[in-house]
Write a protein that binds this ligand. Structure first.
Ligand code: AHM
Ligand code: MG
Length: 335
């Protein structure tokens, strides 16, 4: 029992590692932790919806049942607003950034960008989904509503980022720029317990994750890289293993632990790929770099890209350093 370190304890312990330590970021991470528990509870009963009342109807408390991604959006927003450390959020579920107008929020120094429930199409089939978050200090003056500039900062300015994976167990993984730490939720205690301290991704791996159904539409460099992964070269550990869940958080989490690469390239029909720079790619890029890996758009470091729009998409290659460098080389040679 005495060996258990909870997320709450760990955050307080590590608070002094953080350059602008003041307790505010700890409190902010505390709100994320709370919303994660609430969302986790709902996701765990998702299969019961047809038994207890279908979406669109009313549940037992007489509340309207919402789609889980909207539910998660509301819960994370409410938790972030309640603790007064955040002046606004941007979310995959909101067209525009949302400003919190209470005086205490106006005086807050952080903005949060999030995908409250990524991969939500997987819920119906009981496959893992996730929440992704990214935290910045605002650049606009405190005491005023947040501006577009606060949300369109390059990824290298993130002060914290992380995800929650609602999987066979639920985990919260985060970084504040001092390594990546993972916590597994114990539902009987209602706490996240430190289970993976200072996570590192292997420098090289043998798992590649990509939606190969789009093969015909990929750039030539990606096609060639996929063929490279499939070649029979035992001395180089090839062929690699293909693993694709179609849930970014779950694919990323596996590759982080085992070594590998996740790719969502540009396609002939979607020249910027599918994933969103601000609340999907940047937070994952911060985490992977902190774990010793890389994140690239095929050419440039993800966290150096200058965002121009809230919901901007970008090709995404993330994972073990050697694998990301290798796909970049293929893309350079076969553009
Ligand atoms: P979403 O934000 O609409 O859920 O889309 C993001 C998801 C990622 O989790 C996943 O990696 C990707 O979309 C899968 O896309 P595809 O079905 O095109 O392979
Ligand atoms: Mg998403």
């Amino acid at each position: 029992m005495s060996d258990i370190r909870t997320l709450g304890e760990f955050i307080v312990e590590k608070q002094t590692d953080f350059p602008h330590a003041s307790g505010e970021l700890s409190s902010l991470l505390g709100s994320i932790k709370l919303a994660a528990k609430i969302v986790n509870r709902e996701i765990n009963k998702a299969g019961l919806v047809d038994i207890t009342g279908s979406a669109g109807g009313e549940n037992i408390q007489g509340e309207d049942q919402q789609k889980l991604d909207l539910y998660a959006n509301e819960k994370f927003k409410a938790a972030l607003e309640a603790r007064d450390q955040v002046c606004g959020v941007a979310s995959e579920e909101e067209d525009e950034a949302v400003a919190f107008n209470k005086e205490l929020n106006l005086n807050a120094k952080y903005v949060v960008l999030m995908d409250p429930l990524d991969g939500s199409s997987n819920i119906d089939v009981n496959v893992s989904v996730g929440t992704i978050f990214s935290i910045y200090q605002r650049v606009s003056p405190v005491g005023t509503p947040p501006t577009e500039e606060d949300f369109l900062q390059p990824g290298h300015r993130q002060v914290a980022a992380g995800y929650i994976i609602y999987g066979s167990s639920t985990m919260l993984v985060y970084t504040t720029g001092n390594g990546v730490h993972g916590f597994t939720y114990d539902p009987s205690l209602g706490v996240f317990c430190l289970s993976h301290e200072s996570m590192r991704i292997p420098e090289d791996g043998r798992i590649y994750s990509i939606n190969e159904g789009n093969y015909i539409r990929f750039p030539m460099g990606v096609k060639k890289y996929i063929k490279h992964c499939q070649e029979d070269v035992p001395e180089d550990n090839r062929p690699y293993t293909s693993r694709y869940i179609g849930s970014l958080v779950a694919d990323f989490h596996r590759n982080l632990l085992k070594g590998g690469i996740y790719m969502y390239p540009s396609t002939a029909t979607h020249p910027n790929g599918k994933l969103r720079l601000l609340y999907e790619c940047n937070p994952m890029a911060f985490l992977i770099e902190q774990a010793g890996g890389l994140a690239s758009d095929g050419k440039n470091r993800i966290m150096d890209l200058k965002p121009t729009e809230l919901h901007q998409r970008v090709p995404f290659f993330v994972g073990s350093t050697k694998m990301v460098r290798n796909v970049e080389t293929f893309l350079e040679e076969f553009p």
